[in-house]
Ligand binder design. Sequence first.
Ligand code: MN
Length: 212
Amino acid sequence: MLATDTLNGANMAFEFADLPYDYTALEPHIDAQTMEIHYDRHHRAYYTNFTGAVDGTPMADQTLEQVCASITADSPPAVRNNGGGYYNHNIYWNSMCDGGSSPDAALSSAIDSAFGSMDELKKQLTQAGMTRFGSGFAWLIVQGGKLVITSTPNQDNPLMPVADQQGTPLLGLDVWEHAYYLKYQNKRPDYIEQWFNVVDWAKVSERLAAAS
Ligand code: MN
Protein backbone atom coordinates (compact mmCIF):
# COMPACT_ATOMS: atom_id res chain seq x y z
CA MET A 1 0.00 0.00 0.00
CA LEU A 2 1.18 3.50 -0.75
CA ALA A 3 1.87 5.62 2.28
CA THR A 4 -0.64 8.12 1.00
CA ASP A 5 -3.63 5.79 1.27
CA THR A 6 -6.32 6.68 3.76
CA LEU A 7 -8.44 4.07 5.47
CA ASN A 8 -11.94 4.61 6.81
CA GLY A 9 -11.47 7.87 8.63
CA ALA A 10 -8.54 6.70 10.70
CA ASN A 11 -5.73 8.85 9.39
CA MET A 12 -3.41 6.19 8.05
CA ALA A 13 -2.05 8.82 5.68
CA PHE A 14 0.51 9.86 8.24
CA GLU A 15 2.43 6.63 8.44
CA PHE A 16 6.13 6.24 7.94
CA ALA A 17 5.96 3.57 5.27
CA ASP A 18 8.72 1.06 4.66
CA LEU A 19 10.75 1.48 1.52
CA PRO A 20 9.31 -0.92 -1.08
CA TYR A 21 12.82 -2.38 -1.66
CA ASP A 22 16.20 -2.75 0.06
CA TYR A 23 18.71 0.09 0.24
CA THR A 24 20.89 -1.83 -2.23
CA ALA A 25 18.09 -2.46 -4.77
CA LEU A 26 18.82 0.53 -6.99
CA GLU A 27 22.58 -0.05 -7.19
CA PRO A 28 24.62 0.92 -9.08
CA HIS A 29 22.47 3.82 -10.24
CA ILE A 30 21.48 4.99 -6.76
CA ASP A 31 23.92 3.79 -4.09
CA ALA A 32 22.84 2.14 -0.85
CA GLN A 33 24.43 4.71 1.44
CA THR A 34 22.59 7.54 -0.27
CA MET A 35 19.32 5.60 -0.02
CA GLU A 36 19.79 4.88 3.68
CA ILE A 37 20.65 8.47 4.61
CA HIS A 38 17.98 9.88 2.33
CA TYR A 39 15.19 7.62 3.60
CA ASP A 40 16.07 7.10 7.23
CA ARG A 41 17.35 10.60 8.04
CA HIS A 42 16.02 13.17 5.55
CA HIS A 43 12.63 11.57 4.91
CA ARG A 44 12.16 10.63 8.55
CA ALA A 45 12.89 14.22 9.59
CA TYR A 46 10.25 15.58 7.18
CA TYR A 47 7.76 13.05 8.51
CA THR A 48 8.50 13.73 12.18
CA ASN A 49 8.50 17.50 11.77
CA PHE A 50 5.29 17.42 9.73
CA THR A 51 3.34 15.28 12.18
CA GLY A 52 4.60 17.52 14.99
CA ALA A 53 3.52 20.67 13.12
CA VAL A 54 -0.04 19.47 12.43
CA ASP A 55 -0.59 17.76 15.78
CA GLY A 56 -3.58 19.31 17.54
CA THR A 57 -4.67 21.27 14.43
CA PRO A 58 -7.54 20.48 12.01
CA MET A 59 -4.88 19.38 9.50
CA ALA A 60 -4.25 16.31 11.65
CA ASP A 61 -7.61 14.96 10.41
CA GLN A 62 -6.92 15.66 6.74
CA THR A 63 -5.12 13.52 4.23
CA LEU A 64 -1.60 14.52 3.26
CA GLU A 65 -2.94 15.43 -0.20
CA GLN A 66 -5.56 17.71 1.36
CA VAL A 67 -2.92 19.44 3.44
CA CYS A 68 -0.75 20.00 0.34
CA ALA A 69 -3.76 21.30 -1.61
CA SER A 70 -4.43 23.88 1.13
CA ILE A 71 -0.94 25.41 1.14
CA THR A 72 -0.77 29.15 0.46
CA ALA A 73 1.98 31.74 0.78
CA ASP A 74 0.73 32.33 4.33
CA SER A 75 0.92 28.70 5.47
CA PRO A 76 3.29 27.87 8.31
CA PRO A 77 6.69 27.04 6.78
CA ALA A 78 6.91 23.93 9.00
CA VAL A 79 3.76 22.53 7.37
CA ARG A 80 4.63 23.58 3.82
CA ASN A 81 8.24 22.38 3.88
CA ASN A 82 7.82 19.20 5.91
CA GLY A 83 4.41 18.22 4.52
CA GLY A 84 5.80 18.72 1.04
CA GLY A 85 8.95 16.80 1.91
CA TYR A 86 6.95 13.91 3.33
CA TYR A 87 4.60 13.74 0.31
CA ASN A 88 7.32 14.27 -2.32
CA HIS A 89 9.51 11.51 -0.97
CA ASN A 90 6.59 9.06 -0.81
CA ILE A 91 6.18 9.67 -4.55
CA TYR A 92 9.93 9.48 -5.17
CA TRP A 93 10.43 6.12 -3.37
CA ASN A 94 7.43 4.73 -5.18
CA SER A 95 8.68 5.94 -8.56
CA MET A 96 11.72 3.64 -8.54
CA CYS A 97 12.36 -0.10 -8.56
CA ASP A 98 15.17 -2.56 -9.17
CA GLY A 99 15.84 -2.56 -12.91
CA GLY A 100 13.00 -0.16 -13.72
CA SER A 101 9.76 -1.17 -15.46
CA SER A 102 7.73 -0.31 -18.54
CA PRO A 103 4.71 1.96 -19.01
CA ASP A 104 1.36 0.35 -19.79
CA ALA A 105 -0.50 1.03 -23.04
CA ALA A 106 -2.52 3.94 -21.63
CA LEU A 107 0.57 5.72 -20.30
CA SER A 108 2.55 5.06 -23.49
CA SER A 109 -0.25 6.54 -25.53
CA ALA A 110 -0.53 9.59 -23.25
CA ILE A 111 3.25 10.12 -23.46
CA ASP A 112 3.25 9.89 -27.26
CA SER A 113 0.37 12.30 -27.48
CA ALA A 114 1.89 14.87 -25.10
CA PHE A 115 5.59 14.64 -25.99
CA GLY A 116 5.86 12.61 -29.20
CA SER A 117 8.02 9.92 -27.60
CA MET A 118 9.44 8.59 -24.33
CA ASP A 119 12.84 9.99 -25.35
CA GLU A 120 11.37 13.46 -25.64
CA LEU A 121 9.66 13.12 -22.23
CA LYS A 122 13.03 12.15 -20.70
CA LYS A 123 14.70 15.10 -22.41
CA GLN A 124 12.12 17.53 -21.05
CA LEU A 125 12.12 16.04 -17.54
CA THR A 126 15.93 16.21 -17.52
CA GLN A 127 15.76 19.83 -18.63
CA ALA A 128 13.26 20.60 -15.85
CA GLY A 129 15.57 18.98 -13.30
CA MET A 130 18.65 20.75 -14.63
CA THR A 131 17.08 24.19 -14.71
CA ARG A 132 15.64 23.96 -11.19
CA PHE A 133 18.19 26.21 -9.46
CA GLY A 134 19.19 25.03 -6.00
CA SER A 135 16.94 22.36 -4.52
CA GLY A 136 13.63 20.99 -5.69
CA PHE A 137 11.80 18.39 -7.72
CA ALA A 138 11.05 17.83 -11.40
CA TRP A 139 7.63 16.35 -12.09
CA LEU A 140 5.48 14.56 -14.59
CA ILE A 141 1.92 15.52 -13.72
CA VAL A 142 -1.52 15.09 -15.20
CA GLN A 143 -3.32 18.39 -15.58
CA GLY A 144 -6.83 18.42 -17.01
CA GLY A 145 -6.27 15.00 -18.58
CA LYS A 146 -2.99 15.98 -20.25
CA LEU A 147 0.56 15.10 -19.24
CA VAL A 148 2.74 18.08 -18.32
CA ILE A 149 6.36 18.44 -17.17
CA THR A 150 7.10 20.98 -14.46
CA SER A 151 9.33 21.61 -11.46
CA THR A 152 8.97 23.07 -7.99
CA PRO A 153 11.47 24.68 -5.60
CA ASN A 154 12.43 23.26 -2.22
CA GLN A 155 9.72 20.83 -1.02
CA ASP A 156 6.78 22.41 -2.84
CA ASN A 157 4.77 20.17 -5.17
CA PRO A 158 2.12 20.49 -7.90
CA LEU A 159 -0.73 19.78 -5.46
CA MET A 160 0.01 23.14 -3.85
CA PRO A 161 -1.78 26.24 -5.12
CA VAL A 162 1.55 28.06 -4.80
CA ALA A 163 3.05 25.91 -7.62
CA ASP A 164 3.53 27.35 -11.13
CA GLN A 165 1.74 24.33 -12.62
CA GLN A 166 -0.87 22.43 -10.63
CA GLY A 167 -1.92 18.86 -11.22
CA THR A 168 -1.69 15.32 -9.93
CA PRO A 169 1.90 14.10 -9.59
CA LEU A 170 2.63 10.90 -11.54
CA LEU A 171 6.43 10.86 -11.26
CA GLY A 172 8.75 12.88 -9.03
CA LEU A 173 12.48 13.37 -9.52
CA ASP A 174 14.33 14.63 -6.46
CA VAL A 175 17.12 16.98 -7.54
CA TRP A 176 18.24 18.01 -4.05
CA GLU A 177 21.98 17.40 -3.68
CA HIS A 178 21.22 14.95 -0.84
CA ALA A 179 19.68 12.66 -3.49
CA TYR A 180 22.91 12.23 -5.45
CA TYR A 181 25.94 14.02 -4.00
CA LEU A 182 27.73 11.04 -2.40
CA LYS A 183 27.92 9.20 -5.72
CA TYR A 184 27.66 11.94 -8.34
CA GLN A 185 29.00 15.01 -6.46
CA ASN A 186 28.09 18.08 -8.52
CA LYS A 187 27.13 16.09 -11.63
CA ARG A 188 23.35 16.38 -11.51
CA PRO A 189 22.95 15.44 -15.23
CA ASP A 190 24.74 12.13 -14.65
CA TYR A 191 22.44 11.32 -11.71
CA ILE A 192 19.34 12.10 -13.77
CA GLU A 193 20.57 10.01 -16.71
CA GLN A 194 21.21 7.01 -14.43
CA TRP A 195 17.97 7.53 -12.49
CA PHE A 196 15.96 6.75 -15.62
CA ASN A 197 17.32 3.17 -15.37
CA VAL A 198 15.32 2.61 -12.19
CA VAL A 199 12.09 4.48 -12.95
CA ASP A 200 9.07 2.32 -12.15
CA TRP A 201 6.85 3.22 -15.10
CA ALA A 202 4.34 0.58 -14.02
CA LYS A 203 3.71 2.61 -10.85
CA VAL A 204 3.47 5.79 -12.91
CA SER A 205 0.89 3.97 -15.07
CA GLU A 206 -1.11 3.09 -11.92
CA ARG A 207 -1.09 6.71 -10.80
CA LEU A 208 -2.30 7.87 -14.21
CA ALA A 209 -5.13 5.31 -14.15
CA ALA A 210 -6.10 6.40 -10.63
CA ALA A 211 -6.13 10.06 -11.67
CA SER A 212 -8.19 9.48 -14.83
MN1 MN B 1 15.15 14.21 -0.96
